[in-house]
Each structure stands twice: as structure tokens, then as C-alpha cells.
Design a protein around this ligand. Structure first.
Ligand SMILES: Cc1cc2nc3c(=O)[nH]c(=O)nc-3n(C[C@H](O)[C@H](O)[C@H](O)COP(=O)(O)O)c2cc1C
Length: 386
């Protein structure tokens, strides 16, 4: 049986070398929103290791949308050259490069996770860190300890739609292959979608259609600047801890698919602080959402969440549960996961996943070992199959 994990996938004008995606992961390393060597080192190793698509972490389109003082930004043109360095490096190793653009809304302005994600008054020592309003669809705080956000006016809504659109323009200028709108994890777009966070009585609140309006406007705004031949992804919380359901997500995917979203990246939760990322979870705990969205809406989907093993990833694709698999924490364990998976699945010429210089020497090492041991033993898999 031919591997789907290692077969290319074409979406619009982009062909990915395989279906392995490195999920967006905040490094909390930016200074004043700018990229630096940490981002280069973090992301380049995944491209070297054979991933098909490498995501730059959640990058903010408005300084007020920063979760922490260490978030990356794309709210001004000065950020483009640093991003271009990342894109060039990732692409030179044969991976495609994606960026996730987000805004944290009422969940902005917090300390970094290992300092407790505590709500902050401002970001001292950061250029964009002066006191600012938290903005959200309604003046309802995320949780008790949080400040109540200011309800967004129609001018604020138009400004944020434009900020996402300008972010798309800058992402294109930096050379990204894929852009993802962050609509998940209790952040601004999810806040508009949620009947609990959004109590507006105008055309942006009330019915599902009204609560989806902000997301639709962001997608339409982004599509004006994001080229026709480039894929657009949207990350959603397919369900949350309060009232957003998988049926709502299917309806959202269908609507946004009509406006130019190509892939729905199916995460979950984030409306409460104890989301599924920190709760006990099983292997592939969110795959069912990718499957439901894919089958219910006809839009491509990406599965994410405790996808760890090569055969597990292969089975998700073979079963038609998703079009792409994204891995986060396992990539922190093993940046060469694609090579490891190719060895474990018995893909022909597994070392071709790596740049030729390394592939060449590792293939030779494998051949040498075969000669010595006269067995089918492969590097990366012990003779006893473990
Ligand atoms: C260190 C870290 C940073 C993360 N940053 C982001 C982010 O920037 N945007 C996002 O949508 N999800 C983020 N996530 C969630 C991951 O993308 C992924 O959905 C989650 O970790 C589940 O997948 P996994 O089990 O393969 O890690 C982050 C997760 C981790 C561990």
C-alpha cells in the first residue's frame, strides 16, 4: 500500500512534498515583536528533518492582540525582512513555510506560561507595551482574574479586519506559502463566534450567521491581499468547553470555504483556562473533529493533537479522517520526525527526506550495516522490531 503520509499534496498553486505539518508553536522569544536567531534555529531544524509544511507561531496583527510581551508581530512593514529570513531558510531545505496570524482579544496582555499566564496591566520594557485597551466583541472578561475588555465599535471591527488584511499583504511580501488565520483557542475570532463571549445585539451578535460575520469579513479581507494561487488555512476550536459545537464548526467551514479558506485546522477548547492542551488526553484526541469537518463541509481538514506515531499518522490519512496531520510537541522531541516515520513505515529511500549531504552519508551507513549483519535490519528500527 502506498503511503499517503509521504505522498505530495497540491492545494491551489502549492505542492507539499508530504503531508506532515509542524503545528504553530509559540517560542515566546520575540523582542518588541521582531524575529531573531531563536526563531531561525527553532524552525530550520524541522525543515532539515523533512517536514512538508513548517508553521511560524501565532504572530499578532495588532500590538493589542499580543498574548505576552514576547509574541511575534506583523503589524508593521518593519517586521517583513526578519520574516523573509525565516521563509528563505525553511524553503531552502525543501519544506513549505506557513504563518499563523492572530489576535488574542480579551485574552491578550498576559505573562508567559512558565510565569503563570497572569493578566498584566501593561508590558513594561516593551516598545508596544504601554497601557492599552483589551478589546473584544463584548465587555465580558475571559475569567475572574482578567480585566473586562472594551466592547469593539464598528470602527474597531473594520480596523481589525484591515489589520488582518495588511498582515496577509506582509506575509505575501515575506514569501510565505501558506497563511493561517487563528480562529481558535478562545482568541478574538473565537470570541466573536461564541454566544457566551459575544452578547452583541448588532449584526455581529445573536444568530450563528451574525456571530460568524467577523470571521467572514476577516477571510474576505485577507483574500483581497493573499494571492489566489496560495492556500489559506483557518484554525478553529471545533468544539469548546462552553457552547460551540461541531455542528457550528461544520457550518462555519462550509461558509468560509465559499470565501476562500482551503483547509480547516481542527483544534479545540480555549474558552476556559483548563483547555485540552493541559488536560489529560488520548492519542489523536481531536482527529474526530477533523473527520467531521472534512466530511460535513467538503473542505479539506488538518488533524492535530497527540499525533505521535508514524503508523497512527498514516492511518488517519488512509481512513480519510484528514488531509494533513500536524504535530506539535512530538516535533519538539524529534525534529527529524519525518525521517523517523519514513524509516518506520518502510518508505523507499528514507534518507531522501533529508538534505542530500546528510541523506548520502546516512544511506551509506545503512548499506554498510546491512553488509556487516547480513540482515534486513534498518537504522532507526531495531532487529527485534522495537
Ligand atoms: C509550546 C507550544 C506553543 C504553542 N503555540 C501555539 C500557537 O502559536 N498557535 C496555536 O494555534 N497553537 C499553539 N500551540 C498548540 C499546538 O499547535 C498544538 O495544537 C497542540 O500542542 C496539540 O498538538 P500536539 O499534541 O501535537 O502538541 C502550542 C503548543 C505548544 C506546546
Amino acid at each position: 500500500m502506498e503511503s499517503m503520509l509521504f505522498s505530495p499534496l497540491t492545494i491551489r498553486g502549492l505542492t507539499l512534498r508530504n503531508r506532515i505539518v509542524v503545528s504553530p508553536m509559540l517560542t515566546y522569544s520575540a523582542i518588541n515583536g521582531y524575529t531573531n536567531d531563536t526563531h531561525l534555529a527553532h524552525l530550520a531544524k524541522f525543515a532539515v528533518g523533512g517536514a512538508g509544511l513548517v508553521f511560524v507561531e501565532s504572530t499578532k496583527i495588532d500590538p493589542r492582540g499580543c498574548s505576552t510581551p514576547r509574541d511575534l508581530g506583523l503589524w508593521k512593514d518593519e517586521f517583513v525582512p526578519g520574516m523573509r529570513r525565516i521563509v528563505d531558510l525553511v524553503k531552502c531545505y525543501g519544506a513549505a513555510c506557513a504563518i499563523q496570524l492572530g489576535h488574542s482579544g480579551r485574552k491578550a496582555r498576559r505573562s508567559v506560561p512558565w510565569e503563570g499566564r497572569t493578566p498584566l496591566k501593561n508590558f513594561p520594557g516593551v516598545d508596544h507595551g504601554e497601557q492599552w485597551d483589551l478589546i473584544a466583541p463584548s465587555p465580558i472578561p475571559h475569567a475572574e482574574a482578567y480585566e473586562a475588555p472594551r466592547e469593539m465599535t464598528h470602527a474597531d471591527i473594520a480596523e481589525m479586519v484591515d489589520a488582518w488584511s495588511q498582515g496577509a499583504r506582509r506575509a505575501e511580501e515575506a514569501g510565505f506559502d501558506v497563511m493561517e488565520i487563528h480562529g481558535a483557542h478562545g482568541y478574538l475570532i473565537h470570541q466573536f463566534l461564541s454566544a457566551t463571549a459575544n452578547k452583541r445585539t448588532d449584526r455581529y451578535g445573536g444568530s450563528l450567521e451574525n456571530r460568524m460575520r467577523f470571521a467572514v469579513e476577516v477571510v474576505r479581507g485577507v483574500r483581497r491581499y493573499w494571492p489566489e494561487q496560495k492556500p489559506l488555512f483557518l484554525r478553529i476550536s471545533a468544539t469548546d468547553e462552553i457552547d460551540w459545537t461541531i455542528e457550528d464548526s461544520v457550518a462555519l467551514a462550509r461558509t468560509l470555504g465559499e470565501h476562500g479558506v482551503d483547509v480547516i485546522d481542527c483544534s479545540a477548547g480555549g474558552m476556559l483556562d483548563s483547555g485540552p492542551v493541559t488536560n489529560p488526553v488520548e492519542y489523536g484526541y481531536q482527529v474526530k473533529y477533523a473527520k467531521a469537518v472534512r466530511h460535513g463541509s467538503g473542505v479539506k481538514s488538518m488533524a492535530v493533537g497527540m499525533i505521535v506515531h508514524a503508523d497512527q499518522a498514516e492511518e488517519i490519512l488512509q481512513a480519510g479522517e484528514a488531509d494533513l496531520v500536524a504535530l506539535g510537541r512530538e516535533y519538539l522531541v524529534n525534529p527529524n520526525w519525518a525521517l523517523d516515520a519514513a524509516l518506520k513505515l518502510g518508505i523507499p529511500a528514507p534518507y531522501a527526506q533529508l538534505p542530500p549531504v546528510f541523506g548520502h552519508y546516512l544511506s551509506r551507513r545503512q548499506r554498510a550495516f546491512k553488509d556487516v549483519r547480513n540482515s534486513t535490519w534498518q537504522m532507526g528500527i531495531r532487529g527485534d522490531g522495537k
